[in-house]
Design a protein around this ligand. Structure first.
Ligand code: MG
Length: 253
């Protein structure tokens, strides 16, 4: 009687079909075993496998974009401060896809409006001179309106942020970014586009956004082939100076 009941119960379970012949172990994966990464003691700190790009003192990971010489920006109270006359700076190393953490601040008492208020930017891949590359906008967007695809956390002139998560000027802002570098075929044609996911102060602002090419001030974006590229920070005339701290990156290639 008991045997019949078990058989009946099994038959009922097996109405689901092919799953009857399978075991839990069939869908378990033995490897490859993920690498051990020790997280930082403090939230936002660099994990054990991160490349630290700025720790509050050392600027040796950075060069001037225009001549690849010393950056000319200043370090004040553990922060890297934009110096407009020195121009953009970029990492000495180049990167493909990566995870980036970067903190930035617009000074308290900043003046100006629109784009002329705490303007800087993170070029997620700095391609070419000047402002060439793919810009994640930095701006004081706290009670400061401008075109939405040019406010803080926008992909400049391509994608407004999904939310305005600004803290007031004088407070530190945090960007956490996952950058997927574009790839190009041997003929130079774009094979897979660049994509970005970003958080501003922990709030999702870009969700796997597909870029149409490098960001442009004027005109439509278009891809041109490039390889691994530096991360570039913008020296913009628009009301600052913006400062940076706690910058680290985890290459994902
Ligand atoms: Mg900018």
């Amino acid at each position: 009687m008991l045997g019949l009941r078990i058989a009946a119960a099994t038959a009922l379970l097996c109405l689901a079909g092919p799953a009857c012949a399978q075991k839990p172990e069939d869908t378990e994966q033995a490897g490859p075993i993920p690498p051990v990464v020790t997280p930082a003691a403090q939230p936002g700190g660099p994990p054990s496998d991160a490349v630290v790009l700025f720790d509050g003192k050392d600027v040796s990971q950075w060069v001037s974009t225009k001549d690849k010489g010393p950056i000319g920006w200043t370090v004040e109270d553990g922060a890297l401060v934009v110096k407009l006359s020195a121009g953009n700076i970029e990492t000495r190393r180049t990167f493909g896809s990566y995870q980036l953490h970067i903190e930035w601040k617009v000074p308290a008492g900043v003046t100006g409006s629109g784009q002329l208020r705490g303007n800087s930017g993170v070029f997620l891949a700095g391609v070419g001179p000047g402002d060439g590359g793919y810009e994640l906008q930095i701006l004081d967007s706290y009670r400061n309106s401008t075109y939405v695809n040019g406010q803080a956390a926008s992909i400049y002139k391509q994608a407004p942020p999904l939310a305005n998560a600004m803290r007031p000027p004088g407070e530190w802002q945090v960007y956490d970014v996952v950058w997927t570098a574009p790839t190009f075929g041997a003929d130079g044609a774009m094979k897979t586009p660049a994509k970005v996911t970003a958080f501003h102060n922990g709030v999702l602002v870009q969700n796997d956004f597909v870029l149409a090419g490098p960001t442009r001030y004027i005109g439509k974006p278009a891809y041109a082939p490039h390889g691994p590229a530096p991360i570039k920070l913008q020296a913009h005339a628009g009301g600052g100076p913006v400062s940076f701290r706690n910058i680290w990156v985890r290459p994902l290639d």
